[in-house]
Design a protein. Structure first.
Length: 356
């Protein structure tokens, strides 16, 4: 968040601020809380999201669509989905220059973010929230959606990116991560399962969120109910398996994503039960046999995919994910790989749960 431009000047393009403080724990954008009224100011990461106009168009279209559904269901659109605050001259973002593009959202009050300490009830609520989100978007006109990051969950392409990073060895770290590289490449045989299922017409494409980590959903601070799915930058066509698996990647782990004591990292199968119960409450009628069968596998796949993305970024010199300490991406990769092994050991047990 060490940016050199004057944030007061930026905020004045939207409204008059009294304070601006860094906010949240996202890995991608720079997020600030601004008062008052309380708002979220975000600098869009334009090295990742190359076309902020298309990105903002997606967000406006998706939130407008969700808003109508929420209203029709008797809910409050300003609480249950994001609201973009326009600039004084009516734009959905402010471009200070090419690399400094800012947007503002209404702050969703009386909610909490969950990072690592979560209960089974939280997982159930997250399942309900993400399931409801996907259900509401089931008839969204997909043709108006821009692909903000092409091939985002194309795991085989992620494997190719890892191989390239190994070959290029840009940060000179290859020798020190031989064990991790070996694990990543040994596991690559299952990387294509969902992409191939999609290509074969066995797995349907839907409008999906694509970044369902648990801190991308806000919970009511009193009742604990799932209130609002946020971080809509990657809403794109995809498989529901991406959203299901990715939510349990962090939601199902007994430790934080960057825990270095790997003896603490394991997959808690009860979280699978809780999340699935919530998710299926909303989605079970529209899922196909193939999707249902692959729910346990999706958790392994998405954890593996994220692990190889961290390892790739480490090899490339930490250019994608924000890091907060040296070797942070390597710590994250090791953590995810430990989790992959544990999920694999519990896959059969999860499958049994699905057939009950
Ligand atoms: P990133 O893309 O970097 O992950 P997010 O959009 O997820 O950024 O925002 C980071 C954090 O900021 C979220 O995890 C959440 O805690 C908080 N946040 C984002 N938008 C809002 C909002 N509209 N109201 C309240 N909190 C928010
Ligand atoms: C990023 O933006 P955030 O922190 O919610 C990333 C996800 C990863 C996640 C790993 C656009 O999510 O894909 O799974 O970090 N988002 C993007 O924690 O790459
Ligand atoms: Mg986020």
């Amino acid at each position: 968040m060490n940016i050199s431009i004057n944030l007061n000047e930026i905020v004045n393009k939207f409204l008059v601020p009294t304070s601006i403080v860094p906010y949240g724990n996202g890995h991608i954008n720079d997020t600030y809380c601004v008062e008052s009224p309380r708002c979220i100011l975000q600098r869009i990461n334009t090295s990742i999201f190359k076309n902020p106009d298309e990105l903002m168009e997606n967000i406006e279209n998706v939130t407008a669509f969700l808003g109508k559904k929420i209203l029709a269901a008797g809910g409050d659109p300003e609480r249950e989905t994001l609201t973009v605050i326009k600039t004084l001259d009516g734009k959905n973002c402010y471009k200070h220059d090419e690399n400094n593009v800012f947007r503002m959202y209404r702050f969703i009050e009386h909610t909490k973010s969950i990072e690592n300490d979560k209960t089974y009830e939280d997982l159930y609520q997250a399942g309900l929230g993400f399931g409801r989100f996907q259900k509401m978007l089931s008839d969204f006109p997909v043709e108006i959606l821009h692909e903000t990051i092409p091939d985002f969950h194309n795991t085989p392409k992620r494997v190719e990116a890892l191989k390239l990073a190994i070959e290029e060895n840009r940060a000179g770290r290859k020798e020190s991560v031989q064990e991790e590289i070996k694990f990543a490449l040994e596991q690559a045989e299952f990387a294509g399962k969902v992409v191939e299922g999609i290509e074969a017409g066995k797995i349907p494409m839907r409008v999906t969120h694509n970044d369902t980590k648990i801190n991308n959903i806000l919970f009511d601070e009193v009742t604990g109910e799932a209130v609002c799915v946020i971080d809509l930058d990657t809403v794109m066509p995809g498989s529901m398996l991406y959203d299901f698996g990715d939510a349990l990647r962090i939601g199902g782990s007994t430790a934080a994503e960057d825990e270095t004591d790997l003896s603490k990292v394991s997959f808690d199968i009860k979280t699978f039960e809780s999340f699935a119960k919530g998710y299926l409450t909303e989605m079970k009628d529209s899922l196909t046999e193939e999707e249902l069968k692959l729910l346990p596998f999706s958790v392994k796949l998405l954890t593996y995919e994220c692990g190889i993305r961290f390892l790739t970024d480490y090899l490339n010199g930490d250019t994608y994910f924000k890091i907060h300490r040296e070797h942070h991406n390597l710590d994250r990769a090791r953590n995810q790989f430990k989790l992959v092994a544990d999920i694999a050991a519990k896959e059969e047990e999860m499958l049994k749960l699905c057939s009950e």
